[in-house]
Design a protein around this ligand. Structure first.
Ligand code: F6P
Length: 354
């Protein structure tokens, strides 16, 4: 029996740990042959991009960031955000031709949507959820999230000393797409003063008030964690070229500075954008364990022929769910949930205060 493995979409620390675990279980326990497909779904269309994965080849992968298979969030299967059905059918045909009796797709919302379409075209697909954004509804955590938090929280820690020395306002922009999980967790872990998240549209006046309150209390610096997908009340998300989110912290800084000037307040403001640093480097121990458990469980799903299903974490258990349920429903931060409430109780502002 022959198993294919591919990684789709943006990379996330822990992908290699999934590849390693699935390969080890498939070869050692199931006695299957394993192949890696390079560069996501694109690799399915080229025989030269499908290579055998052996036990020696997955040795030493646990701590390695990125993906040895390569990945892409572009390709012929999706155009302008829409699935191209003829190409999906062609990819399903190629999966047959490559002799795969099972294919593990490790990906986020976009790649799992393609995985579901391939399954509907008869392909033997099993899914593994992946994203640093932690925005997939069926799983409590995705691997990569904890590593991204580690980077973001460390940045917030480091900014404290320089912000304090200069009595500055420091804004640190973190990733997360349309949800605020990274910002909220990193902000709480790093002791941020203000956290701006997509789920709680902010006003510049409220942000300025939070800073003024700290100044009056004697703490003349403020750290603001800004989720890339956040937006002002009645305002919009900020995009860079090629339709990618990014740059909102600079916009907030400008608006805050303009507001301060209007009010006769003289305050230095600086912006740091963490960007892809949050996706790079070695996965944390939490992510290594979660990725390993996902990989091993995915190989078991293959053995059971549970096509169209994926693995997920609920509480402390790895569970199985159908891919169709997992896609399309973003897991957002609840504006009235416990985590936000506790942050407020601690004195963290969200810029939405009236
Ligand atoms: O979904 C993961 C993510 O890192 C988001 O947080 C971010 O908005 C996006 O991918 C960046 O994508 P790219 O790597 O294409 O710039």
């Amino acid at each position: 029996m022959r198993l294919g493995i591919l990684t789709g979409g943006g990379d996330a620390p822990g992908l290699n740990a999934v590849i390693r675990a699935a390969t080890r279980v498939a070869i050692r326990k199931l006695k299957w042959e394993v192949c890696g497909v390079e560069d996501g779904f694109e690799g399915l269309f080229d025989d030269n991009m499908v290579k055998p994965l052996t036990l020696p080849m997955v040795r030493g992968l646990l701590s390695r960031g990125g993906t040895i298979l390569g990945t892409t969030n572009r390709g012929r299967l999706v155009t302008k955000g829409q699935l191209v059905q003829e190409q999906v059918a062609a990819a399903a045909e190629r999966i047959k031709k490559l002799g795969f009796d099972g294919l593990i797709v490790i990906g986020g919302d976009g790649s799992l949507t393609i995985a579901q379409a391939l399954y509907e075209h008869g392909a033997p697909i099993v899914g593994v959820p992946k994203t640093i954004d932690n925005d997939l509804s069926v799983t409590d955590y995705t691997f990569g999230f904890d590593t991204a938090l580690q980077v973001a929280a460390e940045a917030v820690d480091n900014l404290h000393t320089t912000a304090e020395s200069h009595d500055r306002v420091m804004l640190v922009e973190v990733m997360g797409r349309h949800v605020g999980w990274i910002a909220l967790h990193a902000g709480i872990a790093g002791g941020a003063d203000v956290i701006l998240i997509p789920e709680l549209p902010f006003s510049i006046e409220a942000v300025a008030r939070a800073i003024a309150e700290r100044d009056e209390a004697g703490a003349k610096f403020s750290i603001i964690v800004v989720a890339e997908g956040c937006r002002p009340r009645n305002g919009y998300e900020v995009y860079q070229a090629q339709g990618r989110l990014g740059g909102v912290a600079a916009r907030v800084a400008e608006d805050l500075d303009a507001y301060h000037r209007q009010q006769g307040i003289d305050k230095d403001i600086r912006v740091v954008v963490l960007g892809h640093l949050q996706r790079g480097g070695s996965p944390t121990v939490f992510d290594r364990v979660l990725a390993t458990r996902f990989g091993a469980a995915a190989a078991e799903l293959v053995a059971q022929g549970q096509w169209g299903h994926m693995v997920a974490l609920q509480g402390t258990k790895i569970i199985t769910t159908d891919i169709a349920t997992a896609i399309g429903a973003l897991k957002r931060v609840s504006p009235t949930g416990q985590l936000v409430q506790q942050a407020r109780d601690l004195g963290i502002y969200f810029g939405d205060e009236s």
